[in-house]
Ligand binder design. Sequence first.
Ligand SMILES: NC(=O)c1ccc[n+]([C@@H]2O[C@H](COP(=O)([O-])OP(=O)(O)OC[C@H]3O[C@@H](n4cnc5c(N)ncnc54)[C@H](OP(=O)(O)O)[C@@H]3O)[C@@H](O)[C@H]2O)c1
Length: 323
Amino acid sequence: MSGKQQILRSEVILEKYAKSLAGKTILITGISNDSIAGELAVQLATANPKLLILSARAESKVTGVTEKIKSINPNVATRYLNMDLSDLAAVRRAVDDIADVPTIDHLVCVAGVMTPPYGKTKDGIEQQLAVNYLANFLLIKLLLPKVQAAGPSSSVVVMASSAVRVGKMNFDDYNFSDGATYDPMAAYGQSNAARVMFIKKLGEKLKAQQIRAFSVDPGAVMTGLQRYCPPEFEQQVAEWKKAGPMVDMDGNSFEIPPWTTTSEGAATVITGMIDPTIAGYSGSFLNQNAVADNELHSHITDEGNWKQLWDLSEKLTQEKFTL
Ligand SMILES: NC(=O)c1ccc[n+]([C@@H]2O[C@H](COP(=O)([O-])OP(=O)(O)OC[C@H]3O[C@@H](n4cnc5c(N)ncnc54)[C@H](OP(=O)(O)O)[C@@H]3O)[C@@H](O)[C@H]2O)c1
């Protein structure tokens, strides 16, 4: 295993492992011009996949990325998939829209939102938990047969965040008392805790099938994600860094990641998809292109919590996810 954490550009990972992407079908959520997913799609296009299914909630978000892909590698087919992750019915419709696609080699769930004002989705779920996590649970449940049909070494990769270090699932009140106790960062942390715990359980269940499942901390990248942050956010982060390490929920210290480029942000996702040296670590949390389960606090590594989350997610999506 490449155990050493390193911030690397996507190009470096692709130089080593791109061959395995040739002819593959890849679905990516969260596409826009300046997003990590947009960069990921452009990077992957250099590796000659057969089809890139580019998902966003408006086609205008995808056009610039499609144009870049065409200019880099006109042989790669692209297809827009409309999907609003804040609506479970829309996730189901999107799955129906790609019924004609027989196999998905890599299902990459990157879309997300950070610290918006309080809101609940149509389905009655706090929106960060709904968009960042619950929609992925449903999407992956519904598309897994296509990933399984692609065979061993196919992957499910879900974006997470260093916010998992300070995040936990509040099973008794995941909706923050309908907003009365809403803390935007605690909710972002909760949604990332859910992402990582779900992948832990999924990875365990998929191990025998040799399907890869990883959650990923992409580091820190200036993108559309900071749209709800105050103007002084960058300054605030610089001050937190100056004050020294932060502490996670077990009291262990950790550093706030340095700002990097979108190529560096997308690199660990590509590591999750194809780095053969981590194939045996399915279910793991990745940071800086390496397995980083040692960074997870005890709420996240508690298998009882994985099961409780799985059961809750089945209830909220009204979808039994048996494997
Ligand atoms: N950037 C960072 O420093 C950082 C650090 C840690 C983790 N992450 C994670 O990385 C992921 C990608 O973030 P990013 O930095 O690339 O941010 P971004 O530029 O804001 O991209 C996020 C994408 O998700 C889409 N999205 C948001 N809500 C959606 C919904 N309801 N339905 C469908 N799509 C939706 C956004 O589309 P719209 O424009 O339509 O909203 C956007 O294209 C997120 O999951 C985030 O949690 C990022």
